[in-house]
Structures are given as structure tokens and as C-alpha cells.
Design a protein around this ligand. Structure first.
Ligand SMILES: *Cc1c(COP(=O)(O)O)cnc(C)c1O
Length: 334
């Protein structure tokens, strides 16, 4: 199967599995798994933060971060399209007693500064206490403009808000913009980074931030059921990905551009891509279900759930992309 539904579908390679089976382990709830400790320290160093914390998922890492920044009755400002708001089951409200204050994202994924200012509540018993400002990079495959990130986080800081980045794909953003990941993380108090996406590990996210914040997040991780035992086997996969899979993201981005160029030649659909590993196609409604079935018959999976989206990753090759373009052309030529 050529699976373009998401970059989460990547499977661990033989050499990644070998690194996992060679991992030194301990009981991480007791804080003595050396491989988890090494992963956390490595990420803290790469992102320029004091400390890191390993999580089973990005959803839990984001939630523990929100809960570390915000107490019951506090609120966070977030995009309508943000994963932490829209795609995490409302966890901040459901489990954290944190009120989200969503703002409509601009087409480039940013949150307009004047809307942020307007959403910050005065200190008054009528209002939830605005505590945190959260961005996502990449968002919908787009890299947030660096100048925007620096202005928006400065605005938040000036108003006394903490800042969080959902950096599930911050390595894609770093590779696409030719910047060090530390530079993209610098404006934020905390950053959550996924290894189970384009980096190709089977499981795992790391939250980075100050020692004090990570201590609080560590308590919430345990409360949320995320305390893991010999999790060094998983951390070893993430360390392997850091050493061997970061540069390969450029190939994924190049494959996405190649796919977008191929699909752009089909008159019936409108194609958008944004320099990283996602291509979006506007497919006329009546074609969605038959096209999905047509592609599936040819061994191609894509997602028509949120938007018609093709995601490139390390388990799809350039030749696979050509196969997908041909199948799409065949469908629309009928
Ligand atoms: C995938 C993803 C997450 C976390 O998802 P999990 O499946 O829980 O690991 C968070 N934010 C964004 C933007 C994501 O794409």
C-alpha cells in the first residue's frame, strides 16, 4: 500500500528496531531509565531549554503542558484550527478545567495580533484568567513566519502570558526554513515535539521547557496515566530518529512538491502545498467517495476526512509519488 493518509503511518525500520532492542532500560517512573534520561537531555539541549519529558503521545504532552501552565478556571488563547483545540477531544476543558479561547486562524496559520489583544481578559471576577498563548508550527503543513512568531510571543509576554508551541512537526518547519530547531523553539516557554510523525518512531513525544515547568508537567503526566516503566525501548527509537531521520524530511518535502506539481496538471481539482510534507486538494464533493475507492483499488490510501490531504513521509518513495499522480490522472481522465 502507498499510504498517504498521514506521516504517522511510518513503520520502524530494521535498524531502528535493532536500536530499540539494544536499549538500556530502567523504571522511568522511578526516574532511572538511562535511555529516557538521555532522550530528554538531548531534546532539551537541541531546543535550548532546561529540561525535557518523554510522553506516550503528543496529545498527552500538549495536555500536560496546558495543565502545567494553567490552573482550573484559567484560559488559553489558541487557533480554531489548532490540534490542541480541535483534534484532542477537548482535553484542556474536559480533563484540565481550562477554558479554551479560540481565535480564527489567518490563511497562513497565524493568529492576528489584534485578535489576540482583544481576547485577553481584564483581571476581574467575571472572567476566566487568561494565562497562556499557544501556537502550532507547522500548522496544516505551513511554516509560521518567524517574524510573526517573534511579534506574537512578545505581545503575549508583555501581557503576562506564558507561551506554548505545539511543535509536533517543528523539525519539518526547521528543515523547510533551513533554521536550527532551537531557533524556532526559542520564543516559547514550552514546546511539544512528536517523534511518531515524519521522524518515523513508532511512539513518543517530548515536552521541553524550564525545569520548574517540566516538574509540574511530570506530575500531570503521572495523573494522566502517562508514567511508563521500561520506556527506554521507545526512547531509543526517538534517539535513532534524531540521529538518522531529520535530514530525510527534506526528501519528504521535495516529494510533496513533486506530487503537488503533478496534481496541479489535473484541471478538475485545485491543489495547495506549503513547502513541507502535506498537499491539499479540493476535490469536487461527488468525486470524493468514488475517488477514494478507485485509489484504494490501486493500493493508494489518502485521507478525505478533514480535507483531501496527501501526506508524504519516509515510507513513500519518489516512484510511489509518480504512481499516485498517474492514478489521479487516470481517474479524472475517465
Ligand atoms: C499528531 C499531532 C499531535 C499529537 O498527536 P498524537 O497522535 O497524540 O501523538 C499534536 N499536534 C499536532 C499538530 C499533530 O499533528
Amino acid at each position: 500500500m502507498i499510504d498517504l493518509r498521514s506521516d504517522t503511518v511510518t513503520r520502524p525500520s530494521k535498524s531502528m528496531l535493532a536500536a530499540m532492542s539494544a536499549a538500556e532500560t530502567g523504571d522511568d517512573v522511578w526516574g532511572d531509565d538511562p535511555t529516557v534520561i538521555r532522550l530528554q537531555a538531548t531534546l532539551a539541549e537541541r531546543t535550548g531549554k532546561e529540561a525535557g519529558l518523554f510522553f506516550p503521545s503528543g496529545t498527552q504532552s500538549n495536555l500536560a503542558a496546558l495543565m502545567a501552565h494553567c490552573a482550573r478556571g484559567d484560559e488559553y488563547i489558541v487557533g480554531q484550527q489548532a490540534h490542541t483545540y480541535k483534534y484532542e477531544g477537548g482535553g484542556a476543558a474536559v480533563l484540565g478545567s481550562i477554558q479554551p479561547q479560540p481565535i480564527e486562524n489567518a490563511p497562513d496559520g497565524s493568529l492576528p495580533l489584534e485578535k489576540i489583544v482583544a481576547a485577553i481578559k481584564p483581571v476581574d471576577n467575571h472572567f476566566a484568567r487568561t494565562r497562556l498563548f499557544a501556537l502550532e508550527n507547522t500548522i496544516g503543513g505551513k511554516v509560521l513566519p518567524a517574524s510573526y512568531v517573534s511579534e506574537a510571543t512578545k505581545l503575549a509576554r508583555d501581557r503576562g502570558l506564558a507561551t506554548h508551541l505545539d511543535g509536533a512537526r517543528v523539525f519539518n518547519a526547521a528543515v523547510a526554513s533551513d533554521k536550527a530547531v532551537g531557533e524556532l523553539c526559542a520564543p516559547f516557554d514550552s514546546v511539544s515535539i512528536c517523534f511518531s510523525k515524519g521522524l518515523g518512531a513508532p511512539v513518543g513525544s517530548v515536552l521541553v521547557g524550564s525545569k520548574a515547568l517540566i516538574d509540574v508537567a511530570g506530575r500531570w503526566r503521572k495523573v494522566l496515566g502517562g508514567g511508563m516503566r521500561q520506556s527506554g525501548v521507545l526512547a531509543a527509537a526517538c534517539l535513532y530518529a534524531l540521529d538518522h531521520h531529520v535530514d530525510g524530511l527534506a526528501q519528504d518535502h521535495d516529494n510533496a512538491a513533486h506530487l503537488a506539481a503533478g496534481l496541479a496538471r489535473i484541471d478538475a481539482i485545485k491543489v495547495q502545498s506549503h513547502a513541507t510534507n502535506m498537499v491539499f486538494a479540493q476535490i469536487p464533493g461527488p468525486h470524493c467517495a468514488p475517488l477514494e475507492a478507485f485509489l484504494k483499488e490501486r493500493g493508494i490510501l489518502m485521507q478525505m476526512l478533514y480535507a483531501s490531504r496527501f501526506v508524504t513521509h519516509r515510507d513513500v518513495s519518489r516512484a510511489d509519488i509518480d504512481t499516485v499522480v498517474r492514478a489521479m490522472q487516470d481517474y479524472f481522465a475517465r
